[in-house]
Design a binder for this molecule. Structure first.
Ligand SMILES: O=C(O)CCC(=O)C(=O)O
Ligand SMILES: [Fe+2]
Length: 208
């Protein structure tokens, strides 16, 4: 079921649904997918109850901590799903009509936390899938740029409290994204990226 349909809905002058109509991919945003009360509750609970860790990456002989905290749920190596994360996942699945099996949580503690330009890794089955991104807390700018086409303008998308952004299957192949640091005095932001680790395997029935 698609609650808002494909047309833009306006509320107090704010466009609630935007289809960016990007060349080579799909990028769609629901600005207030969760209402303020829901988003506040999810924000406070996730901030307090998530086993946040700072991941460390080895670059040659250097050890570099990620400039944000993370937690992984689902799949073989993730934490077990919590009822709250399942509730958010279900709401996302209902509107996108896509099933997800993992979620990566990022906590940007303040404006000094960030994520560098990247496209997300290829899942285990060697194919890119949709990624659904949910934001709670302070607004940060999600930057998007095409990997090769300079004629396509870079996008700066403010991801607000309770928003849902859906990246299409070909987004990681053609585009990169980035959350820059900001000098603004801001509070924490939590981002959840719902992912698919493998395509659902077709079930074969043996004929007689
Ligand atoms: O925080 C965000 O909005 C994006 C996070 C991200 O790109 C990632 O974890 O791969
Ligand atoms: Fe990413």
């Amino acid at each position: 079921m698609n609650l808002f349909g494909e047309t833009a809905l306006f509320e107090g002058g704010i466009k609630r649904y935007i289809d960016f109509k990007l060349p080579d991919t799909e990028l769609r945003l629901w600005q207030r997918f969760f209402n303020k009360a829901e988003a506040d509750l999810y924000y406070h609970t996730l901030l307090k109850e998530t086993p946040w860790q700072q991941r460390i990456r080895k670059m040659y002989d250097k050890v570099i901590p990620d400039p944000r905290l993370t937690a992984y749920y689902g799949g073989a190596n993730g934490h077990a799903w919590t009822p709250l994360l399942l509730e958010i996942k279900q709401a996302v699945e209902q509107i996108t009509e896509i099933n997800f099996d993992r979620v990566l949580l990022n906590l940007y503690r303040d404006g000094k936390d960030s994520v560098a330009w990247h496209s997300d890794n290829l899942p285990a089955d060697g194919k890119h899938h949709h990624i659904a991104s949910v934001t709670f807390g302070d607004t940060r700018i999600f930057k998007v740029r095409h990997k090769t086409r300079k004629d396509i303008q870079q996008l700066d998308i403010p991801l607000t409290h309770g928003s849902l952004l859906l990246m299409g299957e070909t987004m990681q192949e053609h585009y990169e994204h980035h959350i820059p640091k900001t000098a603004r005095e801001i509070g924490p932001r939590i981002n959840l990226t719902f992912r698919i680790s493998e395509s659902l395997k077709p079930v074969y029935f043996e004929g007689r």
